[in-house]
Design a binder for this molecule. Sequence first.
Ligand code: SF4
Length: 520
Amino acid sequence: MPQPRILILNCYSDNHRSARGNPWIMPQSIAPAVLAGMLDPAHVDIRLACEFRNGPFEDFSALQWADLLVLTGLNPAFDRMKQVTAYARVVNPGIVVAMGGPLARMLPNLSRRYFDYVCSGDVEQIVSVVDAVFGPGHAAEVPIPRHDLLPGSRIIGYAETSRNCNFRCSFCAMTAEDRQFMAYDLDDVRRQIEALGHRECVMFLDQNFFAGPRAHFRARMALMKELFEQRKFGGWAALVTGDFFTRADNVLLARESGCIGFFSGVESFSRAQVAAFNKKQNLVLPQEQAIRSCLEAGLVFHYGLLFDLVDQTIDEVLAETELIVANPCITLPSFISFTIPMLGTPLFGSRLREGLFLPNVKLRDMDGRSLVCHPVDPIAKAIAFAALMDKGLIAKRKLAVHAWQFFRRYGATLSRWGLLSGLGNAWTMGYPRFGSNGRDGIRPGREGCRTYLASSEPLGSLYRPRIRIPERYRGHFEPLYVTDADGELHDGLIGDAASLLHPNSGEVAPFANYNAIAIP
Ligand code: SF4
């Protein structure tokens, strides 16, 4: 009997609206590989694809080949999932389509209109879907991510030691999902790393590598040290929360076990803004001190900045970036984004209740680069600021000076990869649209067509079908509206209001963590 043919696709809409892939951006998604790893390779024929890496998926022959199409992706990918489903149903009417990810949990009722299976559970649910479609017996004996099925870098490999987060920041999709932090068995972590083969760097994609009881953290460090000494990898990096840096021995333990550096969600250097984000783990230690102590210990520190123009004036956020670029003791941000009030988060609920959303906001507009709420500054000034942010907020001369001084300060202490990635942020800040030459891209020397305002942003070419689409699937190419003409929750989402506005979404959720933080 032929094996079930399964195509797993990570859907993505480029937040620069260029309909492009991002093969050079770190981190890459490992969701398709993790999903594939749940299935027994002897009993399924699997192909993987990733729009984040390779741009819009238009391999219609692969859609014809598949019996089952599994779609995954983050919040803004919902429209893209519908579009790919329409293509699949047109070229292969017998195909079964399953979708999962955060939007399956936020929009379960709407999702059922478009997809045959809506998976609101964890990645393991793919096994029950495959068994339901093809009969029992498709679970992998020992699940292991199928990195072999996706082209990848030999330099960087990805792994996970846990899922979910123990904190509840007001803007974060993890808060909307409100699921328990869960650490993986160390044997599982070891298997993941060994399956990668030698990489210069293993990057852990946990939401918080530091979460869980301290004994678990120490055991994880011991495993890293053992594998590092066995030269299973050249070094490792992870995402940690701000409380990690409160104890100097955490950083030392990490360094001894081959750590190259960390990413941590700084979000803002303003204590008031950090508190507004319910990010209390970042109030324990001054952000600048956390970054410095990490760099001085020889580990690079990456972070992102979030600007919330509903709470902050443009002058305030500009002053913040000037302070950062004038300080060579700390790294520059890896990215700058507007705060996104993601569906189902406390921020989404409060912005909706307070009437702060702009009218006719589309899910597509929630890209961190378009205004979706009324700013405190005049709207014209905020639009001009968003355009400037897209081109590079900080003067190139200042970035060059920062890079030189940073190199002089940390050139001898950071590892080769740590230093390179730290200096790379000057390039990212100087050319935030670098590589935006996809088919909707803004060509050098020409103004783009973006308006940076949710209600009037053009949709881009993804919304124009590449093949003839029958009338019954035309709706798959309509954007999902979040708000109506009055800035209220759009009628299309009313059926899912219970999950979008769950008890946590109107207020900041209780602060829950395992690491007993005392707020000074
Ligand atoms: S620390 Fe906050 S922002 Fe980071 S994953 Fe957890 S809830 Fe989200």
